[in-house]
Design a protein around this ligand. Structure first.
Ligand SMILES: C[S@@+](CC[C@H](N)C(=O)[O-])C[C@H]1O[C@@H](n2cnc3c(N)ncnc32)[C@H](O)[C@@H]1O
Length: 270
């Protein structure tokens, strides 16, 4: 957002913020000088970071399109949904099925206010947004907004896209995913993208420093550690891969600069 535009009351624009850094990398306008300065520091060591952020966002779009279209999923729980941008989950899912229901959850009040404003402005049916923290999965699952909105007796796709790397092992990231997965009936899906530990050290150091200052310390994980989140799910083809390689719409031979690697995958509950 440009400074002349709406700033939700009570929002601290002086401290860098993880959701707004990501928004800046995606070319969005819901960010402030502190966010841009933090992002620019990351870009110095990794000028390709915006492309990685966009590749992650494109992965999300392709996955939701596949789940809502080919698989026929009608319910989505998107935790760590981020600031509304292009091709939001409800837009993609409702292209395939206008009755698809989407719940956006994010711990950042700015994200939720912007999401609610967008849904209201466009008169979107069947999508809601509320504040919640992934680290308290029980509270999300029993939140009155959810229990009246999603039917967990039917398949639900849980989207944890570029969020689990903000949850440390001490905070029991794997236990949190197990808790969310415990309510999913067969036919449900789990979607994860996650920063891997394969990126060059200077790139990771800059990203970790930037996100630490933004109050969201980053925990890159190995592919084995990320795969473990899918315990109890069957990974769809092509498995856990660089997000660019998950069923790409267009095959490109263009060389991709090495840098920040995000792996993504989709698991189906058998
Ligand atoms: C990088 S953005 C990803 C947005 C979107 N999922 C995507 O991939 O395009 C990460 C989002 O996760 C949110 N987030 C980080 N930690 C969280 C937590 N513990 N609970 C809920 N949301 C969280 C941030 O506020 C931010 O909006």
């Amino acid at each position: 957002m440009r400074e002349t535009e709406w700033v939700p009351s009570g929002i601290d624009t002086w401290t860098p913020n993880g959701a707004r850094i990501y928004d800046y990398m995606l070319g969005g306008h819901d960010n402030y000088p502190a966010d841009r300065a933090a992002a620019d520091r990351m870009l110095q060591s990794n000028p390709a970071a915006p492309r990685t952020a966009m590749a992650n966002r494109d992965f999300l779009g392709r996955v939701v399109s596949h789940l809502a279209g080919e698989v026929g999923i009608t319910q989505f729980l998107d935790v760590g949904s981020g600031l509304p941008t292009q091709r939001n989950v409800h837009e993609v899912a409702q292209e395939s099925n206008r009755d698809a229901r989407i719940v956006y959850v994010d711990r950042d009040p700015t994200v939720i206010r912007h999401s609610q404003a967008l849904l209201e402005r466009h008169g979107v049916r069947n999508a809601i947004a509320f504040e919640g923290d992934l680290r308290s999965p029980g509270r999300i699952l029993t939140h009155p907004n959810i229990t009246g909105f999603l039917d967990f007796n039917r398949p639900v796709a849980v989207l944890l896209v570029a969020i689990l790397h903000f949850v440390s092992d001490e905070e029991d990231a794997h236990g949190i995913v197990r808790r969310l997965a415990s309510v999913l009936v067969p036919g449900s899906h789990l979607v994860i993208s996650h920063t891997t530990d394969e990126s060059p050290p200077d790139v990771m150091e800059a990203a970790q420093q930037g996100f630490r200052l933004a109050g969201s310390p980053l925990t890159p994980r190995s592919r084995a550690g990320i795969s473990r989140f899918f315990t109890g799910f069957d990974l769809l083809e092509p498995g856990l891969v660089d997000v660019r390689d998950w069923r790409p719409a267009l095959r490109t031979d263009q060389a991709w600069p090495s840098g920040w690697t995000i792996a993504g995958g989709v698991g189906a509950r058998p």
